[in-house]
Design a binder for this molecule. Sequence first.
Ligand code: AMP
Length: 391
Amino acid sequence: MAKKSIADVDVRGKTVLMRVDFNVPQDDSGAITDDRRIRMALPSIESVLARGGKLILMSHLGQPKTVEPAFTLKPAAECLSKLLNKPVAFAIDTVGPDAKSKSAALVEGGVLLLENLRFNSGEKKGDAEFAGQLASMADIYCNDAFGTCHRTDASMVAVPKAMGAKPKVTGFLVAREIQYLSDTLSAPKRPFVAIVGGKKVSDKINVINNLLNICDSVLIGGAMAYTFSLAEGGKVGNSFVEKDKVDLAKELIAKAGKKLVLPIDTHCGDAFSGDCNKLVVKGGEVPDGWEGFDIGPETAKQYSEIVRNAMTIVWNGPMGVFEMPPFDAGTRAVAEAVAQSKGTSIIGGGDSAAAIEQFGLADQVTHVSTGGGASLAMLEGQKFEAVELLD
Ligand code: AMP
């Protein structure tokens, strides 16, 4: 699914409308508490500005239903201005008079951020009229908002449609996500191993199904392992389980055969606390009054061995309650094995990305996805209209 990127188009003197993800966390006073998402968009932004493009940036922030001043993107404009060390114009509307006049006034190398797209109800509705007005301001459309790529908001789908024959390209962030979460997985070097963990099997059922089709092994961890335990007739004590998903787990076990690898031991506690009494038991043998909080040490060793020998690895979801030591041990062991592997290692967003960061190993893996829901959807094998539409 090779897509044209912003580097492939001549932007000099042209107006580029770039969808970015400036959905940053803020404190009660509106101050940005983590500017990572803005910093991550800098390569695409700087590429346009350095080549004499006129850049209009658009993003959503939070989930306002209408104009809600608390969700203004003005602090993001100020933050970007500091990072770029140059002025960033800010429009107090999206397709109104301020946006129109400030976009028309852009000079080569100039940049404008529009107000929060979700202040206009047309954004969530995918409204063609709203999209047409956004598209009319630009010569080139660029999508660098991977976290929103699985959505069909106007700025993701209706805007590139409204661009007609004008160039529609990826930014560098989106290009990298597609390269790893789609291209690498469609032609993986083998052995190709997936590690799937987290709380609920119901959240990951489509991911597991898709990975079973394309991987050599799928290693299961996290609380979802106990639903599989029940499916095999095991005992789970007080562990978190989804009883209504046991039949589904049985189907997966039957379909997968040896490809699906379940924990051979479990690290249990007698209360949800790091200070609780602890016990390691064989898989499927959690006694009453005890709860599984992590894979056990034998499982950690076995999974690490499989992971170290893999040539392609994809990981989504922690092996246990990694936020609460000592039940982080299984997730840590797997993270270290992923980091040590010589293969291509891809970390799906969300909690596995948080875990790899927490262990300080993020720079030792090939790719850490920035999108939670979007990376999960891509691992499910979904095609995104927002990406398919691009050149
Ligand atoms: P998910 O969002 O489905 O990827 O699940 C991540 C969450 O699952 C994390 O907050 C973990 O603490 C939690 N988790 C993983 N294993 C367990 C477990 N054995 N018992 C309870 N919670 C768990």
